[in-house]
Design a binder for this molecule. Structure first.
Ligand SMILES: *Cc1c(COP(=O)(O)O)cnc(C)c1O
Length: 250
């Protein structure tokens, strides 16, 4: 069996295996498994696989590109399925998120927050969001620079402004650590994000800050040990993304 021929049964089995690993990691870390939510990342995957994982029980699905997500969102159109935006959002795609997504994990700059707020006013809805931080210092990563606490004061005013936006419901923080196949290599970055979150919660007690969105296919167990409340998992459930040679695939 190759990954490209994963049947709906294979996908259901992989989905349940990941859930089991997730619950075991939570219990081993002394956490309530209900505190950790699974986001199945469907970017780059065909509709049939998305349908299979929803049939298996997945309810929260993640996409990086709104225009790629839209046909899947429309084809699935089930009220119990929630779509999460997890990628860098271009300004001109923001209206798709406002209309079709349940939540956004990747608010990575003040300008996009302002844009979303304006569109949300028109749409008359509140969007749950997480703020994305760059805790690894890689130039290719988005989010506010946070690899060194000395940088934190730089963007304090921007975070304060976002917290004032009535249509953005800030619920926590998100990060993507530098890619490394060894899951232990992610641990310091997950810790850094949690410390940053704790600091934000003290500095801005008006916010809620309860969510930590961190951990992917190769390192989600470590993320759970470090406090993740959302893990974002693609390939471990759905197999490699067609036409994507790298394990992360952007
Ligand atoms: C692609 C992606 C994931 C999932 O990665 P896998 O290695 O397939 O689990 C998680 N988070 C973000 C932001 C992504 O872009």
């Amino acid at each position: 069996m190759t990954f490209s021929t994963l049947s709906p049964q294979d996908i259901a089995q992989r989905y349940h295996q990941v859930l089991e690993r997730l619950y075991r990691a939570a219990r081993t870390a002394g956490r309530d498994p209900k505190e950790v939510r699974l986001l199945v990342v469907t970017k780059g995957q065909p509709l049939e696989k998305v349908q299979a994982v929803v049939k298996a029980g997945a309810r929260d699905l993640g996409e990086n590109y709104p225009e790629e997500a839209l046909p899947k969102i429309q084809a699935l159109a089930r009220p119990e399925v929630r779509w999460h935006m997890i990628g860098h959002l271009q300004r001109r795609k923001a209206s798709i998120v406002v209309r079709h997504f349940h939540m956004m994990h990747s608010v990575d700059r003040l300008k996009i927050a302002r844009r979303l707020e304006r569109l949300l006013v028109q749409e008359g809805r509140v969007l749950p969001v997480l703020l994305e931080f760059n805790v690894g210092g890689e130039e290719s990563k988005h989010g506010w620079p946070a690899w060194d606490p000395a940088l934190w004061p730089q963007w304090m005013d921007e975070i304060a402004e976002i917290l004032e936006m009535p249509h953005l419901d800030v619920q926590g923080v998100m990060t993507i650590p530098p890619w490394n196949p060894n899951p232990e290599a992610s641990r310091p970055y997950f810790r850094r994000l949690r410390k940053l979150r704790d600091w934000l919660a003290r500095r801005f007690p008006q916010g809620r800050w309860h969510h930590l969105s961190m951990g992917m296919s190769h390192d989600f167990e470590v993320a759970v040990q470090e406090g993740a409340t959302w893990v974002r998992i693609g390939t471990a459930i759905l197999g490699p993304r067609p036409g994507t040679p790298s394990p992360t695939g952007g």
